[in-house]
Unconditional design. Structure first.
Length: 314
């Protein structure tokens, strides 16, 4: 496994280098001028030229890329054009908040999605299967922004059970933190739960037709043992894959949901940075997305060997 891990880590390096190229050059294609936005109505040409020079925006694009890459390799993500502050500390803090939301959403999705998928597979073509399948289809088809808005209208404005938006750190108390966490986690988690439900159902139905399942039934093993001891274990790899992919997307930042609920995470940060043409912040966020997603995929690949001993890392 160690040799496999080393090979995978080596393959990540060119991927991340490619991401740096894409991140840098794409941010330079964003319409608008960061200096003009900073100066506003007091856009004096001399001041603008000096500010552009101070921010290294007058460099050739290639030279600017290698200058930024050298800073990244030294562990310095640069400074925000807008605030002048170092990007790293703020990005770490916001990533922690996005991770809190993502963990809550994926936990909700797993707790709901896997049992629902198993129940649908066990009762195939009967009313529980049909009900769960329709609910999963509705969950996948429902846009995040619409679901989030409806949840706010019902649970915040009408029932007044939960706050409509904002963030409270866990250090301020578990209950206040859970109250602000619940609605955005539901908004994200219900759609992913629907995806997991469909994948679990399909994987379980595929496994339940295998010879070893029929052999287990012929030996008189209980349904519980067949479903959870044999079928679910062998259906775990596709389920684990879809969980990992969705978790990686969540950790990359959920722009719409974080904006709706004023959640101060990475998604909210990157949207603000794009609007303000804060190129270094956008580049740092894209790099964080890429690193997070590749590491999540690597972790999922390593987990395959734990859930299925037949997987060999050679």
């Amino acid at each position: 496994m160690l040799s496999y891990l080393a090979r995978r880590l080596l393959t990540i390096v060119p991927v991340l280098l490619g991401i740096t190229v894409i991140a840098y050059f794409l941010t330079r294609t964003i319409p608008g001028d960061a200096v003009a936005i900073l100066l506003g109505t007091q856009n004096d040409p001399v001041v603008a030229a000096q500010l552009r020079h101070n921010l290294h925006l007058d460099q050739p694009v290639i030279l600017g890329y290698f200058d930024w890459l050298s800073q990244v390799l030294r562990g310095h993500l640069g400074q925000s054009i807008r605030s002048g502050a170092d990007i790293g500390p703020d990005l770490v803090q916001r990533f922690a908040r996005s991770a809190q939301l993502s963990l809550a959403a994926i936990l909700l999705a797993v707790v709901v999605g896997i049992p629902a998928g198993i129940a649908a597979a066990v009762r195939r073509n009967r009313w529980p299967d049909q009900l769960i399948s329709v609910a999963a289809l509705l969950g996948i088809s429902t846009p995040d922004f619409w679901l989030g808005t409806i949840l706010v209208l019902v649970f915040s404005l009408q029932l007044q059970w939960l706050p409509p938006a904002g963030y409270v750190p866990p250090s301020s108390g578990v209950l206040p933190f859970l109250k602000v966490l619940l609605l955005p986690a539901l908004t994200l988690g219900l759609q992913i739960a629907s995806i997991i439900t469909r994948f679990t159902r399909a994987a379980m139905l595929d496994v339940l037709t295998q010879d070893y399942v029929r052999t287990a039934r012929a030996k008189g093993q209980t349904q519980h043992r067949i479903f959870y001891g044999h079928a679910l274990k062998n259906a775990a790899i596709p389920i684990l894959t879809v969980i990992g992919l969705n978790f990686g997307f969540l950790l990359g930042g959920t722009v719409i949901v974080e904006t709706i609920f004023s959640w101060p995470g990475v998604g909210n940060l990157v949207l603000t940075a794009i609007n303000q043409r804060d190129y270094p912040v956008v580049q740092a966020c894209v790099m964080l997305f890429a690193i997070t997603f590749t590491l999540i995929n690597l972790a999922i690949d390593l987990l395959y060997g734990l859930v299925d001993p037949r997987v060999r890392y050679s």
